[in-house]
Structure formats: structure tokens, C-alpha cells
Design a protein around this ligand. Structure first.
Ligand code: ADP
Length: 730
């Protein structure tokens, strides 16, 4: 039998409904300490027989009898442990004083007064100063009383025999002192534990606060950015080209986002209500099955947009029971909404509805929500129900959301007497099982249903990707391409409408899509959100900045996580700039222009300098330098071969034609063919000045098969023909 089993048995014996943990612990301690004195008292009573001390035999039996009775009585009145201890301590002290008087006073008591001291000290376990002081006063009064009575007392003859008094005084003072020391040790140990729990609690509150600020500010900023952008078109250069009204219009955008904010505020208020204990369940009695079907239906269009299938599987058509329709709506929609959010297109979500009977009176409604989504790591299962918690690890990138939904679900279920359990496998799916007691006590409801308002379907409206209907407007710079990486469709839409009049725009829906598009089209600048599903903005930065094909592309991270740590992480991953939401569209445009301008200046570093291998050696070697150096090495090896062209260079570098072209343009301003020609001509310049070979020989030596074409290109670049150039040099 292990200790835990005994502890549970004891808890069951002492527990009364609504007992707090600390009260239960107090009862347990009292019970254990009380029971633990019975064996020593029994042994001492046995000793009184051996040594023939009748007055102490009486004391032993009185105590043993009292303890048996009082502990049995305690099991009946266990609710009032503190009051019980008052009476308990008074009775023990009275018995002790009575025996001391019979023994003939303190000096002949064999140390039994220590037992009263133990009772007074134990009172401090109760954390009640009043109880501690009262028992101490009773104890002192006891000592004073027997001392005053001393002149009238005659010592009991057995206490005067030999060393009886000494033997009992020694034994009693020893074991009772050990007992008292144990009580003191227990009190200190418990204080230390309480202190630790308090500190842990403070730390937890601190964590909750941090999570609250990071998640909630993000949740507020995105809709606010959109609302401000849509409501204040003068902030943009003719940009947000949405119609002002109708579906997909500015007003709808404002309404949707205001609803999102309202939902968030409502959730937070519900949480506050739960915390203050004022949240109430307003049940009605009705058939829950069609209501569940109705809730599932209201998520259908959202699921369709996300291309996941919703299935509602029921074992019966009717289950009349008490439930609060508003709370049930919040519960079901929160879980379904999460399932849709965390399931990839093509996946499935099942809601199975069942009942379970424990006996003829106790029945439960069992709701199982199963999805084939990204799953939750096992060590996070409990955490997802905590306030403001969102799973955040390498395999599950940061998501939008507040981390309140499941906390509310759990709290509502607790109020209903039900519970929720989760099981999940990463990359396979998640299952939430809800158990709700079925009762039939509320008024029967026969009215019409309500309209779930919690979620709007706009969040996955697809129009923006990739076939946006946005007009490009009078593009002022149609040479540069900006890639927008943003999972929030409305924000992507908004960004595109701000940027499209000025640049060519492309949109990607998450970090992975963004990385693939960036590698394929080599844009001139990337604007990326940080928190995105599948792959977040940091990882996108990390990948693109470590690939020489894309490392030159400036990346602006756009995020609500404006704390300095997030910024530092962003910069460490190679981000070039950081803009926090809500942002001014003008500011964004100015930063994009400035960044592209800077890039143009950098190009001069390569385009103005002679193309030779020594160039990179005495510079700080960046990935761009390495890229150019590698090209130069290939050209150095092959420039005499007239057949060596762009395709061969691409093969040698292991990149596509588009990648080579865009990268070269980005860092040197020269197209691939210009770059190769420039290299060959520079070689020709060297040969013209250092050898006596003819122009056609030199043209051939540097890889031109047609000397006329060589002369034409040469003249175009240097302004003089090769022949004249040689004459000028001589
Ligand atoms: P949120 O508003 O962030 O969705 P919730 O409290 O509803 O807050 O969920 C907490 C976290 O639990 C989510 O951020 C997500 O990481 C995880 N989670 C919830 N449901 C699922 C699911 N069906 N699949 C995977 N992860 C989930």
C-alpha cells in the first residue's frame, strides 16, 4: 500500500463538500498527529502497570478513551475542524490538570504537563492566531492554577516511590518534546511551501500578463490597421481601391473588423465575469441535436472557403435537455473555428454526438470534435486551456488568435458540470471530447433560434489570392516587384491596394508560399507578416537571407509584435526593416522607396567596378560578393569559348535563367548577357593594351566569333573602336 493511496483514503474520509484544499490538508494533519500519539500513550500506560503507578494508569486510560471517542466524533463533525480543536484542547488540558492535582502538584506530575504544551503548540498549525493565543492562555492558566493549589495538595504515594517521578518526567519530556519539534518543523515546512506556491502563482500571473499583451495587442492591431486604412482613404495615395459599399466594400471591411474587435472584447469580458464568479448559466430545455446541426451549418461556408469538409454525425434525432444556447454556441463555434483554422485544405472535421448512461438517473451528452489538422504536441495539451495560451513551437508557427477561446470553453463546461478532454497527434489531428450532464429541470423553450454572430466568413475570402481584381492604377514604377506575404486576406488586400499603384505586386499566403514565390520570381522587395500559419516571417527571413539567389532582397517585417525582443529576432534573421501595425500607408511607401533606392546605389558598387576576381578579395565578403565571385570564376574559365553563354552559366551556377537575370539586375544593374559581354570586353581591353595581336584575333580570344560584332559592341560601350582605343593607349 503506498502513501498516496492512504492519503486518498484519508481525504475521502475527511472531505466535506466545498472543502478548500488547505482545509482538507489541515484536517489531515490534525487527524494524523492525533492518531500518532495513541501508540506512545498506550506504551506509557503499559509502563504504569509494570511500575505500579495507579494515578498515571488512570491518566493513560482517560486519554486513550478520550482520543478514541473524540476522533470518532470528529469524523461526524468534520466540517468544523477549528471549533473542534478548541473543545479538544480544553478537554485534554482539563484532564491533565485534574491528574496533576491528584498526583500532588507539578513537582510530582511525571512531566505530564508537557502534553498540554504540545496541544497549545499544535494550535499554531491552524494558521489562526486567536486559536493559538487561546490555547496558550488555557495552558498557562492550568499551570498557574495547580501552582496556586500546591499548598493544599498532598503528593500521591506512588509518585514518591524510588525514581518513578524521574523516570516518567524523563520519558514524557523526551517524547513530547520530539512531538513538539515535529509540529514546529511541519509549520515551517508548510510556510515555505506556501511561499513557493505564492511565488509560482505570481510568476504564472506574470506569464499570463505577457501572453495577454503580446497576443491581445496583435489581435487588436490587425483589425485596427484595416479599419483605419479603410476609414481614412486620404491617408493613401488614391490607393485603397475598394468600393465604399456593398460586398467586399470598405464599409463591409470596417464592419467585419469591428465585429472581430467586438468579439474579442466580449470574450475578455466573459473571462472577467467568470473570474469574478458572476457568470451565470441561463438554461432552457429543448432538443439539442437540431441546435448543434444549426451551429455546424453556420460554419459550413467558412469551412468551404478553407476547403475543409465538416461532418455532423448523430446517433439520435432528439435529445431534450437543459442547456444555455449562448454558451453552447460559444463552445461549439470556438472548437469548430479552431479546427477549421488548424486543418489544411482537403482535411475533414467531424462532430459526433452521443449519450452515455451511468445509471437510470445519470446521463451525459458526449460531443467529439475530431479534425485531421496539424495536431498539438502532447506536452501542450493541458496548456491550451490556459488563459491567452497559444501553441508556439518549431512545427507549429505562431498563429493569429487570442488564446482565450478554449479557456472560455473549459470554464463554461465547468459551470455546466461538464468537462473537456483533448488528445492529439502532431500532423495527424486533434480530438476534443466534451462531457455534459443531461438534466431536465429548466423551462421548456419552443421559440426560434438565434443567429450565431461570433464569426464572420470574411477571414478566408479568397479574392485576393492570386487573381486579385484590384486595379493596378497608374503604376509609377513598374520595374520593381514587391512580394507581399500575409495570411490575413483583408490585410493582404489592403497592402496590395496601397502598393499596387506604385509597384508590380505579388501576394503569398504564408511564409512557405512566400519563400517559394520569392525564389521563383526574385522580387525586388518583400513585405512579410511575422505571425502566419505553416511558416512564419522569421523563418522566411532565415531561408531567403541564407540563399544567395535571394539574400539581396530587402525584407520588411510587418507586425504587431512591436516589442524590442521580436525586433531583435527579426533583425537577427536578416530582416532589413520593421514596421509595426497599425501603420500609415505613406510611411510604408516611403520606406519601400527608400529601400529600393538604397539597393540601386549598391548596384553601382558592382556595375562601376572592373569585373575581375581580385575585386572581392579585399572587401568584406557578403553572399552577394560570393555570388559575383562565383560567376567571375566561371567566366574566367570559359570566356575564350565562344559557345559559352547564359545557359551554360546558369547550368554551372545551378540556377534558373530568371534567377540569374533578376539577381544580376538587382545587384549590378546589368542583364546577364550584358554582364558576360562586359567581362569579355574588359579582357579585350587588357589584350589590346598588352599584346600585338590583331583585333580579330583578340575578338576570337575573348569569345566573339564575329569580329565585326565585337567592334560594334566595343564601340557602344567604350565610345571608340578597338583599333582607335589601341592607338590612344600607345
Ligand atoms: P486562439 O484564439 O489562439 O485560437 P484558443 O484558446 O481557442 O485560442 O486555442 C489555444 C491554442 O490551442 C491555439 O492557439 C492552438 O495553438 C491550439 N489549438 C486549439 N485547437 C486546435 C486544433 N483543432 N488543432 C491544433 N491546435 C489547436
Amino acid at each position: 500500500m503506498d502513501i498516496r493511496y492512504l492519503q486518498e483514503k484519508l481525504n475521502a474520509l475527511l472531505y466535506v463538500q466545498r472543502d478548500a484544499d488547505d482545509i482538507l490538508e489541515l484536517k489531515r494533519t490534525f487527524f494524523i498527529f492525533s492518531v500518532s500519539v495513541i501508540p506512545p500513550i498506550f506504551l506509557l500506560t503499559f509502563l504504569t502497570y509494570l511500575l505500579e503507578v495507579p494515578v498515571l494508569q488512570l491518566y493513560g486510560w482517560l486519554l486513550l478513551g478520550y482520543y478514541t471517542l473524540s476522533l470518532s466524533f470528529f469524523l461526524i463533525v468534520k466540517r468544523y475542524v477549528e471549533q473542534f480543536y478548541y473543545c479538544h484542547s480544553i478537554v485534554i488540558m482539563l484532564i491533565t490538570v485534574y491528574i496533576v492535582v491528584r498526583q500532588g502538584g507539578i513537582l510530582y506530575s511525571g512531566g505530564i504537563l508537557y502534553s498540554s504544551l504540545a496541544i497549545a503548540v499544535f494550535a499554531f498549525v491552524f494558521n489562526s492566531v486567536r486559536l493559538g493565543i487561546t490555547t496558550s492562555i488555557i495552558y498557562i492558566l492550568g499551570i498557574v492554577t495547580v501552582s496556586i493549589l500546591q499548598p493544599w495538595l498532598t503528593p500521591a504515594p506512588e509518585m514518591l516511590k524510588g525514581n518513578i517521578n524521574l523516570i516518567f518526567t524523563t520519558i514524557n519530556s523526551a517524547w513530547i518534546s520530539i512531538y513538539i519539534l515535529m509540529v514546529i518543523f511541519y509549520v515551517f515546512d508548510r510556510r515555505a511551501k506556501e511561499e513557493k506556491t505564492k511565488n509560482d502563482k505570481l510568476k504564472e500571473i506574470d506569464d499570463i500578463k505577457t501572453r495577454l499583451f503580446t497576443n491581445i495587442t496583435h489581435e487588436f492591431r490587425t483589425p485596427l490597421t484595416l479599419i483605419l486604412g479603410a476609414a481614412n482613404p486620404s491617408d493613401q495615395d488614391n490607393s485603397f481601391t475598394l468600393p465604399s459599399e456593398g460586398k467586399g466594400g470598405r464599409l463591409e471591411l470596417i464592419r467585419n473588423n469591428a465585429n472581430r474587435l467586438l468579439k474579442l472584447v466580449n470574450q475578455m469580458m466573459s473571462l472577467a465575469k467568470i473570474e469574478s464568479g458572476t457568470m451565470q448559466i441561463k438554461s432552457v430545455q429543448m432538443n439539442i441535436i437540431p441546435y448543434l446541426g444549426y451551429l455546424v451549418d453556420s460554419c459550413k461556408s467558412l469551412a468551404e472557403k478553407k476547403k475543409v469538409k465538416l461532418h455532423f454525425l448523430k446517433n439520435a434525432e432528439t435529445e431534450i435537455m437543459d442547456f444555455d444556447p449562448d454558451k453552447m454556441e460559444d463552445i461549439v463555434l470556438n472548437i469548430l473555428y479552431n479546427a477549421i483554422k488548424f486543418t489544411h485544405p482537403g482535411g475533414d472535421i467531424y462532430l459526433t454526438c452521443d449519450t452515455k448512461s451511468i445509471n437510470s438517473q445519470t446521463r451525459f451528452l458526449i460531443l467529439r470534435f475530431r479534425d485531421t489538422g496539424i495536431g498539438i504536441p502532447e506536452n501542450k495539451w493541458n496548456l491550451i486551456f490556459e488563459r491567452f495560451y497559444q501553441v508556439e513551437d518549431k512545427n507549429v508557427p505562431v498563429q493569429e488568435g487570442s488564446g482565450i477561446g478554449l479557456t472560455l470553453v473549459k470554464e463554461y463546461l465547468k459551470l455546466m458540470g461538464g468537462n473537456i478532454e483533448v488528445s492529439s497527434k502532431v500532423n495527424e489531428g486533434t480530438e476534443f471530447v466534451l462531457t455534459i450532464p443531461i438534466t431536465n429541470n429548466s423551462n421548456v423553450f419552443d421559440g426560434q433560434f438565434f443567429h450565431p454572430t461570433a464569426f464572420t466568413v470574411s477571414e478566408w475570402s479568397e479574392e485576393i489570392y492570386p487573381t486579385s481584381t484590384l486595379s493596378v492604377g497608374n503604376a509609377s514604377d513598374q520595374h520593381h516587384t514587391i512580394l507581399i506575404v500575409e495570411d490575413n486576406v483583408e490585410l493582404a488586400h489592403y497592402l496590395r491596394s496601397v502598393i499596387a499603384p506604385h509597384f508590380i505586386t505579388e501576394v503569398a499566403i504564408n511564409g512557405q508560399d512566400g519563400t517559394e514565390k520569392a525564389l521563383a520570381i526574385i522580387p525586388d522587395l518583400i513585405i512579410s507578416d511575422v505571425m502566419m500559419p505553416v511558416m512564419d516571417g522569421y523563418e522566411l527571413c532565415d531561408i531567403l537571407k541564407n540563399d544567395y539567389k535571394t539574400n539581396h532582397i530587402p525584407i520588411i517585417l510587418l507586425t504587431a509584435r512591436a516589442d524590442s525582443e521580436s525586433k531583435i529576432t527579426g533583425f537577427q534573421k536578416g530582416a532589413d526593416d520593421y514596421i509595426s501595425k497599425p501603420f500609415q500607408s505613406k510611411e510604408l511607401l516611403v520606406r519601400i522607396h527608400k529601400m529600393i533606392e538604397q539597393r540601386e546605389k549598391l548596384k553601382l558598387k558592382y556595375s562601376l567596378s572592373p569585373l575581375d576576381l581580385s575585386h572581392a578579395d579585399h572587401h568584406f565578403i557578403s553572399l552577394d560578393d560570393m555570388f559575383i565571385t562565383e560567376i567571375l570564376q566561371h567566366l574566367e574559365k570559359n570566356y575564350t569559348d565562344e559557345n559559352f553563354g547564359i545557359d551554360d552559366l546558369c547550368n554551372a551556377m545551378n540556377i534558373s535563367r530568371v534567377q540569374l537575370h533578376r539577381k544580376l539586375i538587382a545587384i549590378t544593374g546589368l542583364s546577364a548577357s550584358h554582364f558576360i559581354n562586359k567581362f569579355r570586353l574588359e579582357k579585350a581591353v587588357k589584350l589590346l593594351s598588352t599584346t600585338r595581336n590583331t583585333v580579330s584575333e583578340i575578338a576570337f580570344d575573348v569569345g566573339f566569333h564575329d569580329s565585326n560584332y565585337f567592334s560594334r559592341v566595343f564601340s557602344k560601350i567604350f565610345g571608340v573602336s578597338p583599333g582607335d582605343f589601341r592607338k590612344q593607349k600607345q
